[in-house]
Design a binder for this molecule. Sequence first.
Ligand SMILES: [Ca+2]
Ligand SMILES: [Ca+2]
Length: 225
Amino acid sequence: MAINLTKGQKIDLRKETGEKLTNFCVGVNWGAIETIKKGFFSSKKVIEDVDLDLSCIMTDTNGNLVDYIYSPEYNGYLQKNNLPLGKLTSQDGALRHSGDDRKGDQDGDDGLDNEIITVDLSRLDESVDKIFFFINIYLNQGQNFDFSHVPYAKIRMYEGTPSKVNKVFSEFDITTDASYANKRALILGKLYKRNGDWKFDAIGDPTEDQIFLQTITRILNNHAK
Ligand SMILES: [Ca+2]
Ligand SMILES: [Ca+2]
């Protein structure tokens, strides 16, 4: 049975067999916003794309940034501002992002995650002590919504690959919590090392950040030390 995570819950990365969980995926599944526009004679369904971005940063025991994964879609802006460019793979190859999904499920929940980070803890750089996962809503021009408008957004950790789910280890439902209204960023949780073992802490902290760079700064200041 998958563990249904609640905010602040800490779990060991151990399978039911007691074996350590070292290879898994962290995936986010979400849907586009559906609204019914009523006319005089008929109504029609209008679908609005929802672009969530899953990212992560790795820090060392002193809380300093070691590496990161965030979308290269923002490289134009990042380059202009002399900021590190986006990338989908960590330097050690231990973490890999499946790529940017800009729309969300268009036809109801397909049960598959729209953005996934594959994790292999055995390949991780020795200096990495914590890995923080977070998501940000990217608003296209003319859009204005927050997590409370997204029909569903769920995070899960599972064994398998981006295209095949073998066994779900834990799940975390984002949009059912009322505190996520008016929020466009969410610090999902952290993997952290304790006495050589990896654990997961479901932080579930929503924030008003407008862009992922603000979320990174917030994590480094408030969570990584
Ligand atoms: Ca996206
Ligand atoms: Ca999906």
